[in-house]
Design a protein around this ligand. Structure first.
Ligand code: NAP
Length: 291
């Protein structure tokens, strides 16, 4: 009975168990495969992971705060995981622990257009931003990075073939970019709020050096943040007529890429998407094609 899991702390909020369990069912594997959430403290991560193959696990997703450790503990790593410096997917095989990063391929798969030749601005310089910059630059986009802590943006940009967006405290000039990716955690509080309406977007926009004119209908806006409500940035961009890809869409595609690695099968994206969104407040959503 092959077992799968997602490891993190906290983990109770994760949509991955429901999403993957539904996918395994649709693939006809529900009787054989399982997927569960396992809360693991940082100090216990290495021993927990090393014990997983003995416990029947064939793979695991890894989330906050373990993505760096997941790469460090692996016996081998894909170029994506190695160059991004973090892993969100582990496979337990006869070759040992193999690390991969499907946050990167998940972003590209979630986009409604190819990023090749496009100008992309990535907001953030944490783990998610690293995956986005690596994926976009590798797909032929011209990538700039902005981060609250500029030194982190500089370090990321010099390592991953990008430049630092020098906004000088001014709002973003809309003509400069085609694609805008929020890979900071700004918006998380509003998206997680119990209120059924999205919060006021202006404070978040200001935090991200954006103003009301920064987003236009021709932009593709990706907000990696997701919760039970639409994020202020997604709502704002949608109202401006931009094409919006929300964090759940990226979650679905990164999960699908992990499932493909473990099972070798084509994941049922519609089932995964419906499950990931099932307890989410409904809002208008631009879905990427199932490529
Ligand atoms: P992380 O490594 O902790 O990085 C956090 C980033 O957010 C940093 O760039 C940080 O800037 C910035 N930030 C935090 N608070 C800020 C504020 N008040 N103002 C401006 N910038 C702020 O986190 P991560 O792993 O990269 O994840 C980032 C977000 O992406 C999270 O919300 C996560 O849930 C989401 N995510 C979604 C998916 C998906 O599949 N949809 C996948 C991965 C991550 P400083 O460097 O200045 O601190």
């Amino acid at each position: 009975m092959p077992k799968l899991a997602v490891l993190g702390q906290p983990i109770a909020h994760s949509r991955s168990p429901a999403m993957h369990t539904a996918a395994l069912g649709a693939l006809g594997l529900a009787e054989e495969w399982t997927y569960e959430a396992i809360e693991v403290a940082p100090d216990d991560f290495d021993s927990r992971v090393r014990s997983m193959p003995r416990g029947g696990f064939v793979g695991a997703n890894v989330t906050v705060p373990h993505k760096l450790r997941a790469l460090a503990i692996a016996d081998s790593a894909s170029p994506a995981a190695r160059e991004i410096g973090a892993a969100n997917t582990l496979s337990f095989t006869e070759r040992g622990i193999e690390a991969d990063n499907t946050d990167a391929s998940g972003l590209i798969a979630a986009l409604p257009v190819s990023p090749g030749g496009k100008r992309a601005l990535v907001l953030g310089a944490g783990g998610a931003a690293r995956a986005c910059v690596w994926a976009l630059a590798g797909s032929g986009a011209e990538v700039s990075v902005w981060n609250r802590t500029r030194a982190r943006a500089e370090a990321l940009a010099s390592e991953l073939d990008a430049s630092v967006a020098d906004l000088g405290g001014r709002p973003l000039e809309p003509s400069t970019y085609d694609l805008l990716v929020n890979a900071t955690s700004v918006g998380l509080a509003s998206a997680s709020a119990s209120a059924s309406e999205p919060g006021d977007p202006l404070p978040d926009l200001k935090t991200l050096c954006l103003d009301a004119d920064s987003v236009e209908a021709r932009h593709v806006v990706v907000d990696l943040v997701y919760g039970s409500a639409e994020t202020p940035l997604s709502m704002f961009a949608r109202e401006r007529g931009a094409t919006v890809v929300d964090g759940l869409e990226v979650l679905v595609h990164q999960g699908a890429a992990s499932l493909r690695l473990w099972t070798g099968l084509d994941p049922p994206l519609d089932v995964m998407r419906a499950t990931a969104r099932s307890d989410t407040i409904r809002w208008q959503q631009t879905s990427a094609p199932d490529t």
